[in-house]
Design a protein around this ligand. Structure first.
Ligand SMILES: [Zn+2]
Length: 395
């Protein structure tokens, strides 16, 4: 932000415009940092101290942030108050998958306040998913409306979503084609609804709050019940491609002798690396990401270990291609891919370390997405918070 933009310079509408813009800048910094001192805000915005104090005061009045006394230990001089996200504004985040629908209440700063997993036992139709979400939200409504204000609903969809109106163009594992899910859910709940691709929202969350927050170039790959999705941050920006569908690393070729994928291709990463054989080997039929990981880590079965290594070998092929194409500083693994890595980290590290093009892989670290099983909830909530973050004065 330039100084000219930041300083109130005009009158009437333009002063108001500058104030609203500055409110958004300050709230954005508090949101992303999850808590920041007033003196840091002054430094980062380039605004003077009294302007920052007034902006924070207005955000406190709107209950979007709260100010707490700084921890005075290890401080020299007068401590600056710490500005934190306030508890009033919440988003409802939803992720439908083939066997369950997860619904969460998320506060500013990416704080997951409540998470409910509703097992469906089968692929829900769009109508079923909307009905289940509406019923769960109805059950929460009393609590939500006494203690919070709901800014809206964010949907993380395992498929291709038209961002303009939240129509799910294709969610192959759910069998949804051209379903106006955002509109249906808005009608059923009375809240505004925004929808996006799950992996892209995971990348956004990881980049805003997680293991990617200090990285400008990374690949994120998430494994869920509905396959493998990905996203790429390149030069600090999300790589979108011409129509917004970049990052479909789950459908890159890893085995030319492999089976046919639902996308029509042969030997895609997500046909070779998938959750269901892992669940079967540890004797689970239905489990969330944490339960599956605990079962994999606890297992001493040779069959489990062999399957984990087989899947990591194919993941290594995909990573070799992606690393040589994108030259990232890190690869972040989420969902069951993070669990595979947790079971045998040395196996995957060795595959990446021994790929032939040394210059590309040098310095690449493999890591786990930091936001764990809350990742998609936080990403979906980011969508719903978009309007408040862009113009807090309208809240
Ligand atoms: Zn495919």
């Amino acid at each position: 932000m330039s100084q000219a933009e930041a300083q109130p310079g005009g009158r009437g509408n333009s002063t108001d415009h500058v104030r609203r813009h500055n409110l958004a800048v300050v709230l954005g910094l508090v949101h992303r940092s999850q808590g920041i001192s007033r003196s840091q805000l002054t430094k980062l915005t380039g605004l003077n101290r009294s302007t920052v104090a007034a902006l924070v005061g207005e955000l406190v009045e709107r209950r979007l942030v709260l100010e707490v006394d700084a921890d005075v230990r290890n401080q020299v001089g007068r401590p600056s108050p710490v500005v934190k996200p306030g508890p009033l504004a919440v988003a409802i985040a939803i992720n439908p998958e083939i066997d369950a629908i997860t619904i969460a209440v998320v506060g500013l700063g990416g704080e997951v306040l409540k998470r409910i997993r509703y097992a469906t036992g089968h692929e829900p139709t769009a109508r079923e998913a909307v009905n289940i979400c509406a019923a769960v939200i109805e059950g929460l409504r009393g609590e939500l409306e006494t203690s919070h204000r709901v800014v809206g609903i964010g949907l993380a969809i395992p498929g291709l979503v038209r961002s303009l109106d939240g129509v799910v163009r294709l969610a192959p594992h759910l069998g949804w084609v051209d379903e106006p899910v955002a509109e249906m859910l808005a009608e059923a709940t009375g809240y505004s609804v925004v929808a996006g691709n799950d992996a892209r929202l995971g990348t956004l969350a990881e980049s805003t709050f997680g293991a990617g927050r200090d990285l400008t170039d990374f690949i994120y790959l998430n494994g869920g019940a509905s396959g493998i999705g990905g996203g790429v941050i390149a030069g600090g920006q999300a790589l979108t491609g011409a129509a917004g569908y970049a990052g479909e690393l789950g459908h890159t070729l890893v085995n030319s002798q492999g089976i046919v994928c639902h996308c029509g291709g042969i030997g895609c990463l997500e046909t070779e690396v998938s959750r269901s054989p892992l669940l079967a080997l540890v004797g689970l039929t239905d489990a969330d990401a944490d339960e599956l990981e605990n079962a994999l880590l606890a297992s001493e079965s040779a069959d489990v270990r062999a399957e984990v290594h087989r899947q990591l070998d194919f993941l290594g092929v995909a990573l070799r291609n992606a690393i040589n194409t994108l030259n990232p500083e890190a690869v972040l693994l989420g969902g069951f891919l993070g669990s595979l890595y947790a079971v045998a980290p040395a196996h995957l590290n060795a595959l990446v370390a021994h790929q032939p093009l040394r210059a590309s892989r040098e310095g690449v670290t493999i890591g786990r997405a930091a936001l764990g099983s809350n990742l998609l909830m936080i990403g979906a909530a980011e969508l719903a918070f978009g309007a408040v973050l862009a113009d807090p004065a309208a809240f």
